[in-house]
Design a protein around this ligand. Structure first.
Ligand code: BES
Ligand code: ZN
Length: 874
């Protein structure tokens, strides 16, 4: 065993005695036959004598006879499929030093959206293939044999042999092109040191537009032929972001060029390949007339995110996937910084609380995981591209930045980038730099947040002149975990000028009211309010005692609180209610304090809470459901009436977003007037697709309204939507239709929409739109459908994280223990690592809902409170 190839099996990482320095790769894709052939020459540094070279390869045919290390032919070549490794054995020890490993190989251009794959598009009415790579996390090994581990950085020199009429792109600029009949050979410059997961190739028919940064870096956006107009917005955001990041990280953009390209079949939203960033079409293309305000934001955030990676991720790379959050959390956080500076009117940092909210919601599950996760096999990596790495990651960075101060933080980041450029870093490397630059206990503080799952709720109560604080781990199932954190507490009393900040290091602490600098509060002041976690910069929740909670309700009504604090209060209160730490009754009373709110950022959280209450009440208190819905409609309607359906000249971006948000919420709450008006406008739109009565921003609301009225006996609305889908050229429009098709209350229509997903009219990448739209009435039929079609679903979506969406969307809406047991039984013999976590989390959500329902049923005064609130006497 010790001397056999099998000794390298079952290891999380490749052995380190040989490492690649330079890859010379020649690759020839055949777009018609959907395969490729390649030749690799890899300069390898052998650092300890060995008889073996061990590298990654998967789903590749490596031509054994072609393998040489210098002049030496191997005696033994073994490919372990399960471990995705290729072990090349020689009859003698390879000497320490540098040598070149050469080999030829072939593979398939697959249809799985990973590795080297094909994507389909139509050009001049003709269906064509393009060849595209997607290597993150561990799929470069599906294109060429390599040391497919982020820490094995090497230089890459690519040569592509492609049909002469096509555009062939890679990370670096072209140095030379030679044409020989139908095939051209394209030679690219050698790259700087980089990780394998960032190598990229795209071959197809494209047009481009170009601009350049203040430093002269050429930036291009490639689109389908004739569509470059839709790339302009992203190009502008890209150029500005590059300039901004260059200053922020105090390091120039590391490569000679940057290309960004839209790919019709794409598993994620976008991928930060070094110098050649790939996007879903919806995440890159923006059209003044055809896109919505929220499409525009999505494009800006996605571009800013991927370009942040060019520094954070590509130049400095995580040492191993355990530190994935360094890549993703940082890129997410920095993207808000960039977009905020480009579009200050979007109030982007307040919108950032959407990220914090999803992080907090997921991390309240027992089935969550720490930010830093142990990774033992490539198949485990995909599952950690989740809200913990992204949203909790970004949120704890914001928390730290706010604790250290923006300037100190930026300086330290810049020196971290300098120190680790062209190399790799671990989480503690970042803490060490920040600690050195700031003199603060960064490592101790942050370790409690990244190595430990979950987060605390701070119980706050007033005891005489003392504000007493106590931390306990917050879990949505109502139990208390054992976690303890170092919590950066911020608080203010009566005014944002009277603040107090400190680190809560133990379980409890207290603040004397007098400690609030400039405190204006005095005994008996009825208007005193105390808000902890100012502007929600901390990744924790707060549970106030009754007196403090009442003070905050008054402060909301008196408009004393910031938008972020208003969001924090409603989100915490909702979470505490789900966890049965607070009644639904009191949550409804709190919501009432938001009745004249008119800000998009706040109302987006309020509506999300409203929709969740409306759903749970269907199961918990069916007889109250109608009244509760009416109550929520009453809450949202004033703002909706003010905005109406029609856009107004010169109105703000956020008001445009708000209109769409409120109309959709009112449709979902079953508000008849809104549904009727949506249907009316839809009919006008059917006659005239250019009508000003239904611009892209309100279209989704109208589509959903139509679907609320559709049934098997009255299906013309569904058919009309399908027609719109088929005729729409724009993916963003197609996604709006897909997102409504399954929202009918009629089970047979839901089933029809689900089956539509399996036709070749819907790209596999788009399944989640249909899944995300399933009506509450359709959940049972969706579950039966999933069981019936599980084999097909697994086969089609197995190799991307999209498989988890099927489980999340279909299982999570259930609310009973029995259902959880049934689901769990179905999957008992079907479980796979790629969706294990999604399943466990979905089941946990079902059980949490089941308990929440029980507790709502036992709330004695709920019915009466609903009546009072409806009559405005509360
Ligand atoms: N590196 C990711 C893309 C990725 C995701 C690769 C999952 C492999 C598995 C990229 O930087 C990313 O984070 N994309 C986001 C978009 C962003 C705006 C949050 C995405 O795809 O959703
Ligand atoms: Zn990312």
């Amino acid at each position: 065993m010790a001397d056999s190839p099998a000794q390298f099996r079952g290891q999380a990482r490749l052995p380190r005695f040989a490492a690649p320095l330079r890859y010379d790769l020649r690759i020839r894709p055949d777009l018609a036959a959907c395969n490729f052939s390649g030749a690799a020459a890899v300069a390898v540094a052998v650092s300890a004598p060995t008889r073996f070279l061990v590298l990654n390869a998967a789903e590749l045919d490596v031509d054994r006879a072609s393998i040489r290390f210098q002049d030496l032919a191997p005696t033994d070549v073994t490919q372990f499929e399960e471990d995705e490794i290729l072990v090349i054995g020689f009859d003698r020890e390879l000497p320490v030093g540098e040598g070149v490993l050469t080999m030829d190989f072939t593979g398939t251009l697959n249809d799985q959206m990973r590795g080297f794959y094909r994507s389909k598009y139509v050009c001049n009415g003709e269906s064509r293939n393009m060849a595209v790579t997607q290597f993150e996390a561990a799929d470069a090994r599906r294109c060429f044999p390599c040391w497919d581990d982020p820490a094995f950085k090497a230089k890459f020199k690519l040569t592509l042999e492609v049909p002469s009429d096509l555009v062939a792109l890679s990370n670096m600029p072209v140095v030379k092109e030679t044409v020989s009949g139908p095939i051209k050979t394209v030679y690219y410059e050698e790259s700087p040191l980089m990780s394998t997961y960032l190598v990229a190739i795209v071959v197809g028919l494209f047009d481009y537009i170009e601009s350049s940064t203040s430093e002269g870096t050429k930036v291009r956006v490639y689109t389908q032929v004739g569509k470059t107009n839709q790339g302009k917005f992203a190009l502008d955001v890209a150029v500005k972001s590059l300039d901004l990041y260059k200053d922020y990280f105090a390091t120039p953009y590391p490569l000679p060029k940057l290309d960004m390209i839209a790919i019709p079949d794409f598993a994620a939203g976008a991928m930060e390949n070094y110098g050649l960033v790939t996007y879903r079409e919806t995440a890159l293309l923006y059209d003044e007339l055809l896109s919505s305000a929220s499409n525009k934001q999505q494009v800006a955030i996605t571009v800013a995110h991927e370009l942040a990676h060019q520094w954070f991720g590509n130049l400095v790379t995580m040492e191993w996937w355990t530190h994935l959050w360094l890549n993703e959390g940082f890129a997410s956080w920095v993207s808000y910084l960039a977009v905020d500076s480009l579009f200050p009117e979007w109030n982007n940092w307040t919108q950032f609380l959407d990220e914090t909210t999803s992080g907090l919601r997921l991390d309240a599950l027992a089935e969550s995981h720490p930010i830093e996760v142990e990774i033992n096999h490539a198949s485990e990596i995909d599952a950690i591209f989740d809200s913990i790495s992204y949203d909790k990651g970004a949120s704890v960075i914001r928390m730290l930045q706010s604790y250290l101060g923006a300037e100190r933080f930026q300086k330290a980041l810049a020196s971290y980038i300098k120190k680790y450029a062209y190399s790799n870093a671990k989480t503690e490397d970042l803490w060490a730099v920040l600690e050195k630059e700031s003199g603060e206990p960064v490592k101790d503080l942050m370790t409690t947040w990244t190595k430990q799952q979950g987060y605390p709720v701070i119980y706050a109560k007033l005891n005489g002149h003392d504000l007493e604080l106590e931390q306990a781990q917050f879990l949505s199932d109502g139990s208390s975990g054992t976690g303890m954190w170092i919590v950066p507490i911020t608080s203010c009393c009566g005014s944002y000028d009277a603040q107090k900040k400190f680190l809560l290091k133990g379980k409890t602490d207290k603040i004397h009211i007098k400690e609030f600098t400039a405190s204006q509060s005095s005994d008996g002041d009825k208007n005193i309010w105390i808000k902890l976690n100012i502007d929600q910069t901390g990744f924790y929740r707060v549970k106030y005692d009754d007196e403090l909670a009442a003070g905050l309700v008054n402060a909301i009504k008196a408009k004393k609180l910031s938008l972020m604090d208003k969001i924090g209060i409603v989100e915490d209160s909702y979470a505490l209610s789900v966890a049965r730490k607070q009644t639904l009754t009191s949550l409804l009373r709190l919501l009432n304090a938001y009745h004249d709110e008119s800000d998009y950022t706040v109302l987006s959280h309020v509506t999300s809470v409203c929709l969740s209450i409306s759903k749970i009440s269907v199961d918990s208190t069916p007889d109250l459901n109608k009244d509760i819905k009416q109550l929520l409609i009453n809450l949202l309607q004033p703002a909706a009436i003010k905005l109406g359906w029609d856009p107004k000249d010169g109105e703000s971006h956020l008001d445009v977003m708000l209109r769409s948000l409120l109309l959709i919420a009112l449709v979902r709450l079953g508000h008849n007037e809104t549904i009727n008006e949506g249907v009316r406008r839809f009919h006008i739109f059917l006659e005239d697709r250019k009508t000003y009565l239904l611009p892209p921003d309100t279209r989704k609301a109208a589509y959903l309204a139509v679907m609320r009225t559709v049934s098997t006996s009255n299906r013309s609305g569904y058919d009309a939507l399908l027609k719109i889908y088929r005729e729409a050229a724009e993916p963003q429009e197609k996604s709006r239709v897909l997102g409504s098709l399954s929202s009918s209350p009629d089970k047979d229509i839901v089933l029809e929409a689900l089956n539509f997903m399996f036709t070749d009219e819907v790209r596999n990448q788009d399944s989640y739109y249909i899944l995300g739209g399933i009506s509450l009435e359709g959940r049972e039929v969706a579950w039966t459908w999933l069981k019936t079609n599980w084999d097909h679903v697994l086969k089609t979506w197995k190799s991307s994280s999209l498989i988890s969406d099927f489980i999340n969307y279909i299982v999570s809406p259930f609310t009973s223990e029995e259902k959880a047991a049934e689901v769990s039984e179905f999957f008992a013999c079907r479980i796979k690592p790629s969706f294990q976590r999604a399943l466990n989390q979905s089941l946990e959500r079902v059980r949490i809902s089941a308990r929440w329902i029980e507790s709502i049923r036992s709330e004695p005064s709920l019915g009466q409170a609903v009546q009072e609130l409806l009559q405005g006497t509360a």
